[in-house]
Design a protein around this ligand. Structure first.
Ligand SMILES: O=C[C@H](O)COP(=O)(O)O
Length: 227
């Protein structure tokens, strides 16, 4: 069963997608980058409003691969009560150090690693992230001007990613400027989540406002392929 992850940046947007029964409400500030971090106080406010009606994830921002910086940002975000914290893993010689530092947190905080399809990600990282105790791995895109995940990475590679993550029995998500028509291309791989921001907004403008009809159309389309 594949669920819809919807990225939002305000109380109003969170309420809108909650009413549409999305599977995960993802808190981020798209204007600040691919994984732009939302103000911590606002995250806390939204988490309190959502209560336990829907799982909530949040990003810690597009941070460099510095273990102390990421560790502190995760700890701070965890205090908001979000269910999942998403961390971007850009190719960098410090990736292993970051993973090792995060093992101190993975028994108490649900961490999701985000690999970027447009940075030639190393799928060998999947095993190391799971061994460190992360609860899920997503594929997304870093440069939002390059188009959809399906145009950036060969579908065979996307399928290989999903299959690999699923064998590890952690959550598997796909995102990256996904459009309505990408749903049909990606559903055969049965990821746990398909994540959207731009396609939910007027004119596919990810820094613009959510459009209810677009949210409904994408939710409906995923449901049709799931049933
Ligand atoms: O986690 C999902 C992302 O927010 C997707 O954003 P995007 O559709 O603008 O690439």
């Amino acid at each position: 069963m594949t669920g819809m992850l919807a990225s939002v940046n305000s109380v109003d947007e969170a309420r809108l997608v909650l009413a549409e029964n999305v599977a995960i409400i993802d808190l981020k500030e798209p204007a600040l980058g691919s994984l732009g971090g939302l103000d911590i106080k606002l995250v806390k406010e939204i988490v309190n409003i959502i209560g336990h009606q829907c799982p909530v994830s949040a990003t810690i921002g597009d941070l460099p691969m510095q273990s102390g910086l990421i560790f502190n940002a995760v700890k701070e975000m965890a205090e908001t009560g979000v269910n999942y914290i998403k961390i971007g893993f850009s190719p960098d010689e410090n990736q292993q150090e970051v993973i090792e530092k995060l093992t101190q947190l993975t028994s108490t905080i649900n961490l999701i690693a985000v690999l970027f399809a447009d940075t030639n990600p190393d799928f060998g990282l999947i095993d190391r992230l799971v061994e460190a105790g992360l609860k899920g791995i997503m594929l997304d895109t870093q440069d939002k001007t390059k188009g959809s995940l399906t145009g950036i990475m060969a579908r065979s590679e996307i399928g290989r990613f999903v299959a690999h993550v699923k064998t590890k029995q952690v959550l598997c998500g796909l995102a990256g400027s996904l459009k309505l028509e990408d749903i049909a291309l990606l559903m055969p791989y049965q990821p746990d989540y398909l994540g959207f921001r731009g396609a939910l907004c007027d004119q596919n403008d990810r820094v613009g406002h959510l459009n209810l009809r677009r949210v409904q159309a994408i939710k409906q389309n995923i449901s049709e392929y799931s049933s």
